[in-house]
Design a protein around this ligand. Structure first.
Ligand code: IDP
Ligand code: MG
Length: 186
């Protein structure tokens, strides 16, 4: 079944079976931004009829990149991946981070994103349509999507502060910091 039909099927089943409301982290990677694909990607994701509950553009530090991909630290492509996600291959040092929420959001977004390897991804998926593998072997697959609930919670907490998300997602604690300096608009 093509991804497009699978997505239609997921939507058809919505409401019939009780689906779990989930939240998932999406990153539009530097290749997606450099190629001006943001609009196309958001349009494709809107097929899932989920709700965006947070979004921002982020300059990815090496620390954030390594923490985000820490499970892959022993892979041969790890170093390239860290350089890629920071935008250093694309002279575009930013990613767009979003949190989508809705029924079965994790699986649904992953179907629309397509397989990790852009050459194996369904051509109607985001990665199939817009991704490529460079001659150096870097998967430029345009988008990140959380893989399961444990990962989505870890990733959302890594990328967003509680006040940047428009609904309460996970438990929070009040902290009062003394002598912490921050910038404000002059
Ligand atoms: P996912 O993004 O589909 O969840 P993961 O296995 O979690 O796939 O890998 C994270 C990212 O690492 C991928 O999106 C891709 O950018 C990169 N990656 C994964 N496998 C390979 C590979 O075999 N070669 C090069 N890059 C890879
Ligand atoms: Mg993954």
């Amino acid at each position: 079944m093509t991804n497009e039909n699978k997505v239609k099927e997921i939507l058809k089943e919505r409401g019939k079976v009780k689906e779990k409301v989930q939240s998932t982290l999406v990153l539009i990677k530097p290749d997606g931004l450099k190629k001006s694909l943001t609009g196309n990607i958001l349009t494709k994701l809107s097929e899932a009829r989920l709700v965006i509950i947070a979004s921002k553009v982020v300059k990815v530090s090496p620390e954030l990149a390594k923490e985000h991909y820490k499970q892959l630290a022993d892979k041969p492509f790890f170093e390239d991946l860290i350089v890629y996600i920071q935008g250093k291959y694309h002279n575009c040092e930013r990613v767009m981070a979003l949190v989508y929420q809705g029924p079965n959001a994790i699986e649904h977004v992953r179907y629309i994103a397509g397989s990790t390897n852009p050459e194996e991804a369904d051509p109607t998926s985001i990665r199939g349509a817009y991704g490529r593998i460079t001659t150096k072997g870097v998967y430029e697959n345009v988008i990140h999507a959380s893989s399961d609930e444990k990962e989505s919670e870890r990733e959302i907490k890594l990328w967003f502060k509680p006040e940047e998300i428009v609904v309460p997602l996970y438990p929070t604690v009040q902290v009062t910091k003394k002598n912490v300096h921050s910038l404000e608009w002059a």
